[in-house]
Design a protein around this ligand. Structure first.
Ligand code: NAD
Length: 321
């Protein structure tokens, strides 16, 4: 079975090649992302493997079908970049990797919190310049703080468990409360109550029509002044302009981001040049109380191996039907 692997980085090639040993899969690697512009690379392939940045819209799916593609194996959890209706219409199966190391993303959310609460991102630059002054670096303890977790699925639940370990009061919001978190002492309440009571709010729900711009001018008004907001989920959960206004007014005291609304345009068109032209993003970088990373929450050795093994298992399953 011939598989076209898109958005392929050297580590994808390494882990997928190793996982595909002794399978009937023939992998062909492409660095470019799959989109209308690159779909012509798919000639007589049985399957494609894609990542979060690939644009698998209805037109792309139609063209994939014409090339005989029967399956799309995503190497990520989210599938908001795939037109599922079109895939269903063309009888193309879509696989994803739902639970690659929730711990990796949860720990990354905690890393963003811990950079912000002790200002280590600023201290690092100072000390490298030989400056040991502590002015402006006053931190605060996490113990005893109220942490709100929106979305308590795999990643959110792992995040709640870690924050409980820090001695935080953990408040949760989800459409489907998890009994094991309640047993652990986490409290489910309404979104408004979570906004009102939390010192730190971390987003772990998927991007849907109902969560698009969940953090906006209206919801920010309900939050504590100086609240810390962490987003490792999907960029469009936060209205970036509203976040910038709230940073100026100091309603947001700290902001930690791993994901961005314009992420595809910002990061994936030409990652090698690292030219980030989005003006809202540029403005975001000017605030000392903002910490940014480039969608690396999942990026651990453990998660990469798990992603490769699951993707190869999904594709191998397809060869047997
Ligand atoms: P999951 O499906 O296990 O959990 C999502 C939870 O969100 C579920 O419990 C669901 O009930 C809840 N939810 C759905 N709609 C909601 C709403 N309107 N309000 C509140 N909760 C709602 O998913 P997961 O594996 O925990 O992943 C969560 C998100 O993390 C993914 O959607 C993805 O966008 C993101 N993610 C980011 C990275 C990264 O590297 N930064 C890696 C993997 C996943």
């Amino acid at each position: 079975m011939k598989v076209a692997v898109f958005s392929c980085k050297p580590y994808d090639k390494r882990t997928l090649t190793s996982a595909a040993l002794n399978t009937p899969l023939a992998l062909h690697f492409f660095e470019s992302r799959l989109s209308l512009e690159t779909v012509s690379l798919v000639k007589n392939f049985d399957a494609v493997s894609c990542f979060v940045n690939d644009d698998i819209n209805a037109e792309v799916i139609h063209l994939l079908k014409e090339q005989g593609v029967k399956c799309i194996a995503l190497r990520c959890a989210g599938f908001n970049n795939v037109d599922l209706e079109a895939a269903k219409l063309h009888e193309i199966k879509v696989f994803h990797v739902p639970d690659y190391s929730p711990t990796s993303v949860a720990e990354h959310a905690v890393a963003l919190i811990m950079s912000l609460n002790r200002k280590t991102h600023r201290a690092y630059h100072r000390v490298k310049e030989g400056n040991f002054a502590l002015e402006g670096l006053l931190g605060f303890n996490l113990q005893g703080k109220v942490v709100g977790c929106i979305g308590t699925g795999r990643i959110g639940a792992a995040f709640c468990r870690i924050m409980k370990g820090f001695g935080c009061e953990v408040l949760c919001y989800d459409l489907y409360p998890a009994p094991e978190l309640v047993d652990l002492g986490c409290k489910y309440l309404s979104l408004d109550e979570l906004y009102q009571r939390s010192d730190i709010i971390s987003l772990h729900c998927p991007l849907t029509t109902s969560t698009h711009h969940l953090i906006d001018e209206k919801s920010l008004k309900k939050m504590k002044s100086g609240v810390m907001i962490i987003n490792t989920s999907r960029g469009a959960l936060v209205n970036a302009q509203a976040a910038i206004d709230a940073l100026y007014s100091q309603k947001i005291g700290y902001l930690g981001l791993d994901v961005y609304e314009q992420e595809n345009a910002i990061f994936f068109e030409d990652m090698s040049s690292h030219i980030i032209q989005d003006s809202v993003f540029q403005l975001m970088l000017t605030f000392p109380n903002v910490v940014v990373t480039g969608h690396q929450g999942y990026f651990t050795d453990e998660a990469l191996n798990h992603i490769a093994e699951t993707t190869i298992a999904n594709l191998t399953l397809q060869t047997s039907v």
